[in-house]
Design a protein. Structure first.
Length: 86
C-alpha cells in the first residue's frame, strides 16, 4: 500500500514510501511485521514481490546521500522466483 505523510523530510521529496510485507518464499504468506521502504525504482506497485535493503548504511548508498533518513529501500522487482528445496 501507499503511505501519505503531512510532514516529510526535504531529503525525501519526490520519493515514494511504500509499505512492504516480508513473506515466506515457499508459500508467499506474511512472515514478519511490515515496514516502510523508499521506492528507488519508482515503479513498484501493490502486490509486487520486491527486493529490499533493510540496513540504513546500505540503503543510503543507493541515494548517495549519508544524510537521507532511510532505513529500507526497494532495489528490485522480482519477475520470477524458484525455490530449490534443501
Amino acid at each position: 500500500g501507499d503511505v501519505v505523510s503531512t510532514v516529510k523530510s526535504p531529503k525525501l521529496a519526490g520519493h515514494r514510501l511504500l509499505i512492504c510485507q516480508p513473506v515466506d518464499l515457499d508459500a508467499r504468506t506474511p512472515k514478519s511485521p511490515s515496514f516502510l521502504a523508499v521506492d528507488s525504482l519508482r515503479s513498484a506497485g501493490v502486490s509486487d514481490l520486491v527486493l529490499c535493503i533493510r540496513e540504513g548504511s546500505g540503503a543510503r548508498l543507493i541515494f548517495q546521500d549519508e544524510q537521507i533518513p532511510v532505513e529500507a529501500v526497494i532495489v528490485g522487482i522480482v519477475d520470477d522466483l524458484e525455490v530449490v528445496p534443501d
